[in-house]
Design a protein around this ligand. Structure first.
Ligand code: BES
Ligand code: MN
Ligand code: MN
Length: 479
């Protein structure tokens, strides 16, 4: 086993420039799932992956998902389903990733063109999607190619599921996963997702938990059209005034959620869990570095990690319809839509949370005594996920980390959400592992998103090594 891994690693180094070239091509396709006008690019990105996979000799299907819910004029981008190898004597690993990205505009403050991969002299590769999640998705393709070029037998059968709507709540994917659990995914022995990040910049981790995400909007309307504040200010109920109050009632400046009854849904902290946080390689400086400021809520690492991983949080995201351009326009917006989300954790059930949030919003609006109209909308919901890291899937990944990075990984949870993680676990009945490639400073979703060259290239080695160690784990190990 050892010699073939060594020649695989060498081959990855040899091919590194062409792997970066592949990432450059992927980043150049602005596959923004939230943007209607970009939908053809999302489709193009799915087709790019399909064509690369076919060239590598994989069996590939582009699965249509039908119309987008609530936007019937829009077709959802296809899911790329692929299989590489079908040897009955090998284990089968199902990998998932997403090929859509968050929006990005140069004007948002990017130092470089967001859809042009730009590599600086320190090997930082800037571009939207570099770390979330095009780099990791291409990692699997690159691992296949490096095996082929090194003339090494691929250690497992690989099933791939790449979607184009993850950043929009994975519309339509749950049904497909359930439908394929006994079909395309039937052979899977375990699942691996590479779509998260290290806690810092030096130490890799394996991740066994995610928060869920429920996304809401509050629409407040009254006047028939936008109004002049000189003419109508002081004569009419203003939607923006109402909305700011209602949104302000959701959470306090210390991050405490003010929705009645929500705390009672959160699993209590046990001594055993508490003891896990101290050993995690994470410092307040890691937080400050990735935050780009020292504005943390808590002074210590333990409470900070708990705030990210195991307590719910409520964030206010924006107000549609509000005046937001530079300058001073004296307008009273007629209709404004506030957006916020709650990251949910064990044991918060989606429906229970939604009921409490709706009741809170209605009560807060009623208390204003406004004649405007308030509409509460649940945009999308995603479940939390916590798995057992005591499984051969994690053991194999830990060996791969030690081999490639020469250090034992931390076992972590995460504060972000990948809505289909729990779906994969439940539909296939198999263990799911999160195996990150990028680091805490990659700035996913932010301006100047990047992936370090080192994380990409060593990450490709890591994914390949993981598959080798998966093949070595005893077949009779706990399923
Ligand atoms: N890759 C992230 C998930 C993630 C974020 C994992 C941070 C670990 C740490 C994923 O692409 C993502 O952004 N998910 C969305 C899901 C939402 C739209 C339901 C998120 O977390 O906001
Ligand atoms: Mn992602
Ligand atoms: Mn993302």
């Amino acid at each position: 086993m050892a010699p073939s891994l060594d020649s695989y690693f060498q081959q990855v180094d040899t091919l590194s420039e062409s792997f970066i070239e592949r990432l450059r091509k992927a980043v150049a396709i602005p596959s923004v799932s939230a943007d209607e006008e970009r939908r053809p690019d999302v489709v193009k990105m799915g087709e790019f992956l399909a064509s690369e996979l076919k060239t590598l000799g994989a069996e590939v299907h582009l699965r249509p998902l039908g119309k987008q819910p609530h936007k019937e004029h829009l077709e959802l981008p296809p899911v790329v389903l692929a299989r590489y190898g079908s040897d009955k004597n090998k284990r089968t690993i199902l990998v998932y990733g997403h090929y859509d990205v968050q929006p990005a505009l140069k004007e948002d403050g990017w130092a470089t063109e967001p859809f042009t991969l730009t590599v600086d002299d320190k090997g930082r590769m800037y571009g939207r999607g570099a770390t979330d999640d095009k780099g990791p998705v291409l990692g699997w393709l690159n691992a296949i190619e490096a095996h082929q070029k090194a003339g090494i037998d691929f250690p497992v059968n690989l099933l791939m599921c790449f979607e184009g709507m993850e950043e929009y709540g994975s519309e339509g994917l749950d049904d497909l996963i359930h439908a394929e659990a006994k079909n395309f995914f039937a052979d899977a022995d375990a699942v691996c997702i590479s779509d998260n990040y290290w806690l810092g910049t030096e130490k890799p981790c394996l991740t066994y938990g995610l928060r869920g995400c429920n996304y809401y909007s509050i629409e407040i309307s009254g006047p028939g059209q936008d109004l002049h504040s000189g003419v109508f200010g002081g004569t009419a109920h203003e939607p923006m005034t109402d909305l700011v109050r209602v949104m302000g009632s959701l959470v306090d400046p210390q991050g405490k959620i003010l929705i009645e009854g929500l705390d009672a849904l959160v699993a209590p902290l046990t001594d055993e869990e508490k003891s896990l946080y101290g050993d995690i390689a994470f410092t307040m400086d890691n937080l400050y570095e990735s935050l780009g400021s020292q504005t943390g809520l808590f002074p210590d690492k333990e409470r900070t990690l708990m705030g990210r991983w195991r307590f719910p949080s409520l964030s206010l995201h924006g107000i549609e319809g509000a005046f937001s351009a530079p300058g001073a326009k004296t307008v009273i917006p007629a209709k404004v839509t506030g957006k916020f989300s709650i990251r949910i954790v064990p044991n918060m059930e989606i429906d229970d949370v939604n009921k409490l949030v709706e009741a809170h919003v209605n009560k807060a609006f009623a208390a204003l005594g406004s004649k405007n109209t308030c509409k509460f909308i649940v945009q999308h919901c995603g479940k939390w996920w916590v798995a057992s890291p005591k499984h051969w899937n994690f053991t194999a990944a830990a060996k791969a980390v030690e081999r490639v990075w020469k250090v034992k990984p931390d076992l972590t949870r995460e504060g972000g959400s990948i809505p289909v993680t729990l779906t994969f676990e439940q539909a296939t009945g198999k263990n799911v592992l999160l195996l990150p490639m990028g680091s805490s400073t990659d700035a996913a979703h932010s301006i100047n998103e990047k992936l370090d060259r080192r994380n990409y290239i060593e990450g490709i080695k890591l994914l390949g090594a993981y598959l080798h160690y998966v093949a070595e784990e005893p077949m009779n190990a706990a399923a």
